[in-house]
Design a protein around this ligand. Structure first.
Ligand SMILES: Nc1ncnc2c1ncn2[C@@H]1O[C@H](COP(=O)(O)OP(=O)(O)OP(=O)(O)O)[C@@H](O)[C@H]1O
Ligand SMILES: [Mg+2]
Length: 551
């Protein structure tokens, strides 16, 4: 009973690499996102190889993949018309679009949005990387561009969150998983992806690429075979690929505080606007006034215009007026900046801002925050209670809501399910560091792994029954947590637990076609259990069965 409901692999049943039929000029134009005339002109100029049969151009796909159109002058359109065009209902509204809805409207960034959108829409820049430190607003910009570019990518726009992935080899599988392309025995997942994307005009957003940069060449290869594909990547570091077009994301504009800025100028600053919006959310009567404008401006300047840092500071306006906030913030910044001059200033500001928010939590909340950082892919209230709910004071939901209000967590609505909580990556990293430096690290990680093992064991009796869909959906939502548990158990050399987990979870890998990843873990588990007398034979046999199924 393999689930293939949302499988987008071509229906032929053949490996997708077998598609070899030549393209017409119109097909080629569609793939490249250019006018058909541009393609015909390129053929006439000898820039693109083509043959003609019965008056129709035939273009081989490998020729098309080598060709990059010249930059054609962009026809000038009056601004108003452009905006109107975006409002018109268009067919691509039906195209796949899994990009998360931004939680609030974009502030400022007019210039950045225009430049990045132009790059993403141009066939000359198929790989655009938004680079900048954590919390500067890379993901927020990428979401904005995706929303604005919907009409141009007629075959869809996909968002792939790479933040929980640590192994670069898993990147193609992660992309394929999001696109609904299943693995097939004997066909590398990169070939399946290529087969699907080769003839399509698609935009893929790869979010948080910094931890898997060595997967860059896979991305380059995919782009070289798929002329209609554009990748928009967010990363804290460059990918160092030949065709990469880097866009360093600057912080938000801050007021010039070297002399007292006019109230009107302060109001115009994007950083101040962001501060006020967040402050208003936690304290509805908060207003920017002539009296507090200087303090608010100083806060934004001290935080280098970094949106995440500003949001965190503003979230405390319900207990600290801007002047008090500035004083407390300056105090912490001066303590911290002294010792760490080698850390780039913006990185330091960000860490200080998170550290500052953390310092303001009471001890119970601090403990909860760092324990919950073990969750790699978000968590439900119930999971939080099991893994980090040792405290007895107050309900878990109230405590989670309080951390959401303070800007440290956010909620993700999953239709039909209970809400999930998650942390932005920069904040989670800070939490993981705090946990590592505490005495609770080992116990918390072990409890998290035990919770994952329970999920797997509880599902065991129901595989290949009518419950399978519900269970595999649940495990899919917890997939990043399962990966984190595996990694921790493997690093802790807990062989019994690895073999037990692999032996009970393999039907999930099998029915969801995560075959390559499953096989890798199962082989590891089997290599470990070989000759180890402490391993239960039934678990070892389950791993063997799993390897036979997935391998
Ligand atoms: N221009 C903006 N308008 C409104 N909110 C913004 C803007 N830029 C960033 N934010 C908010 O600031 C926070 C941090 O932004 P974001 O998550 O995009 O940072 P990032 O650069 O992707 O960080 P990381 O490297 O950790 O992934 C988010 O809550 C985001 O919604
Ligand atoms: Mg991001």
């Amino acid at each position: 009973m393999i689930e293939r409901a949302d499988d987008r692999t071509p229906d032929s049943g053949h490996p997708v690499t077998e598609e070899t039929s030549p393209l017409t000029a119109r097909d080629a134009a569609r793939l490249l996102g250019v006018n058909e005339r541009t393609v015909r002109r390129a053929i006439a100029r000898g820039e693109l190889r083509a043959t003609k049969h019965a008056g129709v151009f035939r273009i081989e796909r490998h020729d098309l993949s080598r060709y990059r159109p010249r930059k054609e002058p962009v026809p000038h359109r009056p601004k108003g018309r452009r905006q109107q065009l975006r409002l018109l209902p268009t067919a691509p509204a039906l195209a796949p679009f899994n990009v998360p809805e931004p939680r609030s409207s974009l502030i400022g960034r007019e210039h950045e949005t225009r430049s990045i959108r132009d790059m993403v829409l141009s066939a000359e820049t198929p790989l655009v990387t938004l680079i900048g430190p954590g919390g500067v607003g890379k993901t927020r910009l990428a979401l904005e561009i995706a929303g604005q570019a919907r009409d141009a990518f007629i075959d869809g726009i996909w968002f792939v969150d790479l933040s929980p992935i640590r192994d670069p080899e898993l990147v193609p599988g992660a992309i394929a998983g999001v696109l609904g392309i299943r693995e097939a025995a004997g066909v590398p997942v990169t070939d399946r992806l290529r087969g699907y994307l080769e003839r399509r005009r698609t935009l893929i957003l790869l979010d948080n690429f910094e931890q898997v940069v060595s997967a860059g060449p896979d991305i380059a290869t995919l782009l070289s075979f798929c002329p209609g594909l554009t990748m928009l990547v967010t990363s804290r570091v460059p990918l160092h690929l030949a065709d990469e077009h880097r866009f360093p994301v600057p912080p938000l504009a801050v007021p010039d505080t070297t002399h007292v800025p006019s109230f009107a100028k302060v109001q115009l600053s994007a950083a101040v606007q962001l501060f006020c919006r967040k402050a208003h959310a936690v304290r509805p009567d908060f207003e920017l006034t002539e009296a507090n404008a200087q303090a608010v401006s100083e806060v934004c300047v001290r935080l280098d215009g970094l949106p995440l840092a500003i949001e965190l500071a503003a979230a405390r306006v319900n207990i600290l007026a801007p002047e008090a906030l500035l004083a407390r913030l300056e105090h912490r910044l001066s303590i911290l900046t002294g010792g760490s001059r080698d850390v780039p200033a913006r990185l330091r500001s960000m860490r200080d801002a998170i550290g500052w928010s953390y310092d303001l939590l009471d001890e119970t909340e601090q403990r909860l925050f760092r324990r919950l950082a073990v969750f790699a892919g978000g968590f439900t209230e119930e999971a939080a209670s099991i893994v980090a709910g040792q405290e007895r004071s107050g309900s878990m939901l109230d405590r989670l809501a309080s951390l959401v209000e303070k800007g440290l967590f956010f909620t993700r609505d999953t239709p039909g399910d209970e809400p999930r909580f998650a942390m932005l990556e920069t904040i989670r990293e800070f939490g993981v560091e705090q946990l590592a430096g505490s005495k609770e690290a080992h116990d918390t990680r072990a409890t998290h792994a035990a919770w994952c093992l329970d999920l797997a064991l509880n599902a065991s009796p129901y595989w290949f029954t009518s419950e399978q869909k519900r269970l595999s959906d649940q495990l899919e939502r917890e997939h990043d947590n399962l990966r984190a548990a595996f990694e921790w158990l493997a690093n802790a050399d807990d062989r019994q637990a690895v073999v037990r987990l692999a032996g009970s979870i393999w039907p999930f890998w099998f029915v969801r076609c995560h075959w390559a990843e499953g096989t890798a873990w199962l082989q590891w588990a089997l290599a470990w259990s070989d000759g180890d007398r402490t391993i239960e034979r039934s678990n070892e046999s389950a791993c063997s069965a799993g390897r036979a199924a997935c391998g």
